[in-house]
Design a protein around this ligand. Structure first.
Ligand SMILES: [Zn+2]
Length: 325
């Protein structure tokens, strides 16, 4: 995992960045690996190809059905996951994405429930799987936000009505928050100039779909992941180094390219918006819109978190279905 990102690929990504306005970062557990958090699957994964101590796969232990049938089991693993991120901090990868808000319009679609993107300062943030620190009662209106799970009696009971309390996260088999989906579709409709997939195996359709659709629309795509994933065959650029070291390298190459350009007396980060020879062309460039990464399923009213996607490679992107596959 000590490998460095390929400088040629980094340079090409930096060149694309210099012309980009809107960036989409799709992130998974791998981006938090540099903060010391384990991934669930993949290299160093918590539950790599093995059953939990309760002899069920982690996707079953962390399912809505298991929470209803045996909340103690689900809470055991929620607690375990929360414990792994307790006391950890966001890393350079989260920080660089947040800093780029000064140069670009940045959107982050994260599956992570560790809250690191928010802590790093990302504003346009779609936390599609919720936040593990927000709790609510399954019966009454009680809700609370906790810094961690230390001191919780498991499974926790509501202080008002004694029913089960649970975190506001999307368990396997549960429906995604409708507001987050609407927001995601809106932003995909507006289009992006560059799409990053970082540290996710992309097993969920709503995570793989935007990358594959971007690829199909000719929008440049970058994957940062040591392992091959469901979107690897579709991306333009693949970096196999860690998230933080890769983004640091891209930032450096981007700054270097911008400085070089400035020293030649040409505008900073978006040369084509400044170096325009004639007014007609200027108008054409001003009206240039980023290609749209369209939604395949505007009508989906409920999208469920399902781990049953077998192979995206066999599914044509235009027919992506975000509901149960
Ligand atoms: Zn209650």
């Amino acid at each position: 995992m000590r490998n460095l990102p390929d400088p040629n690929i980094v340079a090409r990504i930096a060149q694309i960045l210099r012309r980009a306005c809107r960036l989409l970062f799709i992130t998974g557990a791998g981006i938090s690996a540099d903060s010391g958090l384990p991934t669930y699957r993949g290299i160093g994964g918590l539950y790599n190809n093995q059953l939990t101590a309760d002899q069920v796969p982690i996707e079953i232990a962390l399912s809505g059905a298991m929470l209803a049938a045996n909340p103690a089991i689900t809470w055991r693993y929620l607690h375990q996951i929360e414990e792994t991120c307790r006391g950890a901090q966001f890393n350079d990868a989260h920080a660089i994405i947040a800093q780029w808000q000064e140069q670009f319009e940045v959107w982050v679609l994260s599956q992570n429930i560790d809250g690191f993107h928010r802590a790093a300062g990302s504003c346009n943030l779609i936390e599609i799987h919720g936040d593990i620190h927000d709790l609510f009662c399954t019966r009454c209106a009680y809700e609370a936000s906790v810094p961690d799970y230390a001191g919780l009696t498991l499974p926790p009971a509501c202080p008002r009505c004694h029913a089960l309390v649970r975190p506001r996260v999307v368990l396997f088999g549960e429906t995604l928050p409708p507001g987050a989906i609407v927001q995601l579709y809106q932003e995909l409709d507006r289009g992006f100039d560059l799409v990053f997939s970082i540290g996710t195996t992309s097993v969920f359709p709503y995570i793989a779909g935007p990358v594959m659709q971007a690829s199909q629309m000719g929008v440049p795509t970058v994957e940062i992941n040591p392992a091959n994933t469901n979107v690897t065959d579709f991306v333009d650029y693949k970096l196999t180094a860690g998230a933080a070291v890769s983004l640091r390298a891209i930032r450096e190459a981007y700054l270097k390219a911008s400085t070089r350009q400035r020293s030649r007396g040409v505008g900073a980060s978006r040369p084509e918006a400044i170096v325009v020879p004639d007014p007609a062309k200027a108008e054409a460039l001003d009206s240039r819109q980023p290609p749209k990464i369209s939604r395949a399923l505007a009508s989906s009213s409920s999208i469920s978190r399902s781990a049953s996607v077998q192979s995206w490679a066999s599914l044509p992107p235009v027919k992506l279905r975000f509901s149960a596959l």
